[in-house]
Design a protein around this ligand. Structure first.
Ligand SMILES: Cc1cc2nc3c(=O)[nH]c(=O)nc-3n(C[C@H](O)[C@H](O)[C@H](O)COP(=O)(O)OP(=O)(O)OC[C@H]3O[C@@H](n4cnc5c(N)ncnc54)[C@H](O)[C@@H]3O)c2cc1C
Length: 367
C-alpha cells in the first residue's frame, strides 16, 4: 500500500525474488511531493536499485553539497566531491516516483494508480482490501501487506497501531522559478529564531524553499496571511533570501507535517510497515528517501524468509527499526543542541532541553 520510494523499492526487490506484487497507489503521480535531496550515500543506494530496474535517473539535478549556517553565521561546508559517490542529487518528485513505478512495471509489478485503501478484513487465507478507485470501488485479495503509505501509516492504523509522536513540527514549502539560468548547485540550511530554513536548486531554473517551525508559533490564520508571515520570516534569513532573490516565488505554500514519529507496533501477522509508515524523521536528516530504499530492500528479504516459515523474520526487522529510531532521536537532539544563539526562543529552548527526545515527551495518537 503506497507507491512512494519505500513501497516501490519493496515491490522491485520482491519481484526480483519472483513474488507476485501489486502496488496500490492513491495518486496518478500528479500531486506535489516535497522531499527531494539525496546525499551521496543515497545516490549509491539509488544506483544499486536502478541497475536492477534498468531505471535512468541521470536527468535529475546534481547537487555539489550543502552550506549550513547552524549555530553560527559562519558556514559549515559539506562538499560531496569528497564523499563516496562524489555528488548528491536533487530529485524532481513526483516525476521520479512515477519513473520508479514504471520501472517496477518492467519487472512485472502491477501498479494500480488512483487506488485508495479504504478498509481491510483479515480472512483465513489472507487479506481482503477495500479500494476506492476513480470509477467506483473494488476489493482485492492478497497474502501479505506492506504498509508503505507514508506518515499516515494507513494500514497499520487499521490494525490498531498507534503513531507515537516525538515533537510538534511542520514545514511550509514554496517553489520558485526564473527565466534566467542559475548556476548554483549547493543547498543552504540556515537556522533562525523561530525555526530553520532550507533552500535547494531543483534545476537551473527552479528551486524549493522551506521553513521548518513549530505550528504553535504561527500567529496568523488564513493562507494569504500565512504566506505574508512566511515572507517576513524569509527576510530575516540572510543566506536563504540571498539565494532565492533571483527567483519568482510561487505564492502557494505547501504545508507538510515534519515531526518525528514511530508506528507502534509496525508489524503483525502477514504485514509490516516500512519507510515513513514505520517511522518518519525530521527533514533536517535528509535521509527519508535513503531509509525508504533500505527498508524496501530489507523488507523484501524478511518477507521472503517469513513466507518460507521463518516466523521471527518480521519481528527482527521491526526491532531493527525501533533501534534505528532510538539512535536517530539522540542524533537529532545533538544537532538541535548546537544552536545556542536564541536561548529565549520557544522553538530552540524546547528542542535543546535535556531529554527533549526522551520517552516522557512522546504523545501517542490512535487510529
Ligand atoms: C518538508 C520535508 C522535506 C523533506 N526533505 C527530504 C530530503 O531532502 N531528502 C530525503 O531523503 N527525505 C526528505 N524528506 C522525507 C521524505 O520525503 C520521506 O521520508 C520519503 O518520501 C518517504 O518515502 P515513503 O515511500 O515511505 O513515503 P511517501 O513518499 O510519503 O509515499 C507514500 C505513498 O503512499 C501513498 N498513499 C498514502 N495513503 C494511501 C492510501 N490510503 N492508499 C493508497 N496509497 C496511499 C501516497 O500517495 C504516496 O505515494 C522530507 C520530508 C519533509 C516533510
Amino acid at each position: 500500500v503506497g507507491g512512494g520510494p519505500a513501497g516501490l523499492a519493496a515491490a522491485a526487490h520482491l519481484a526480483l525474488k519472483s513474488l507476485s506484487v501489486v502496488v496500490i497507489e492513491r495518486t496518478c503521480y500528479d500531486d506535489v511531493r516535497i522531499g527531494e535531496h539525496l546525499p551521496p550515500s543515497a545516490v549509491l543506494s539509488l544506483r544499486e536499485l536502478s541497475s536492477a530496474l534498468n531505471l535512468e535517473f541521470g536527468s535529475n539535478f546534481l547537487s555539489a553539497g550543502v552550506d549550513a549556517y547552524w549555530g553560527s553565521d559562519i558556514a559549515s561546508h559539506m562538499d560531496y566531491f569528497l564523499h563516496p559517490g562524489q555528488s548528491g542529487i536533487n530529485l524532481t518528485r513526483p516525476r521520479f516516483d512515477a519513473a520508479l513505478a514504471q520501472a517496477c512495471e518492467g519487472l512485472g509489478v502491477a501498479v494500480l494508480r488512483g487506488a485508495i485503501l479504504k478498509g481491510v478484513t483479515r480472512e483465513q487465507d489472507g487479506w481482503k482490501l477495500d479500494l476506492k478507485l476513480d470509477d467506483g470501488i473494488a476489493t482485492f485479495k492478497c497474502k501479505f501487506v506492506v504498509d508503505a503509505s507514508g506518515r499516515s501509516a494507513k494500514f497499520a492504523r487499521m490494525q490498531d497501531s498507534k503513531l507515537v509522536i516525538s515533537d510538534r513540527q511542520i514545514a511550509l514549502a514554496a517553489l520558485g522559478s526564473t527565466s534566467v539560468s542559475v548556476e548554483c548547485k549547493r543547498s543552504i540550511v540556515q537556522s533562525t529564531e523561530h525555526g530553520w530554513w532550507y533552500w535547494a536548486p531543483l534545476s537551473s531554473s527552479t528551486c524549493l524553499c522551506i521553513m521548518v517551525t513549530d505550528p504553535a508559533l504561527i500567529p496568523v490564520t488564513g493562507r494569504s496571511n500565512l504566506f505574508r508571515w512566511w515572507l517576513d520570516n524569509l527576510s530575516n534569513t540572510v543566506r536563504v533570501s540571498e539565494a532565492i532573490h533571483a527567483y519568482e516565488i510561487d505564492k502557494k505554500l505547501y504545508i507538510c507535517p515534519a515531526h518525528s514519529q514511530f508506528t507502534n507496533p509496525c508489524h503483525g501477522e502477514f504485514w509490516i510497515a516500512i519507510g515513513d509508515a514505520a517511522f518518519a524523521q525530521d527533514p533536517l536528516s535528509s535521509r527519508g528517501i535513503l531509509k525508504a530504499f533500505e527498508h524496501g530492500k530489507c523488507a523484501a528479504h524478511a518477507i521472503s524468509r517469513y513466507l518460507s516459515g521463518e516466523d521471527n523474520a518480521l519481528f527482527l526487522l521491526a526491532r531493527q527499526f525501533s533501534e534505528d529510531y532510538t539512535k536517530y532521536l539522540s542524533t537529532r537532539q545533538a544537532y538541535y543542541e548546537i544552536e545556542k544563539r536564541w536561548p529565549d526562543s520557544t522553538f530552540w529552548k524546547s528542542r535543546s532541553a535535556p531529554g527533549y527526545s526522551a520517552k516522557q515527551r512522546i504523545r501517542v495518537i490512535g487510529a
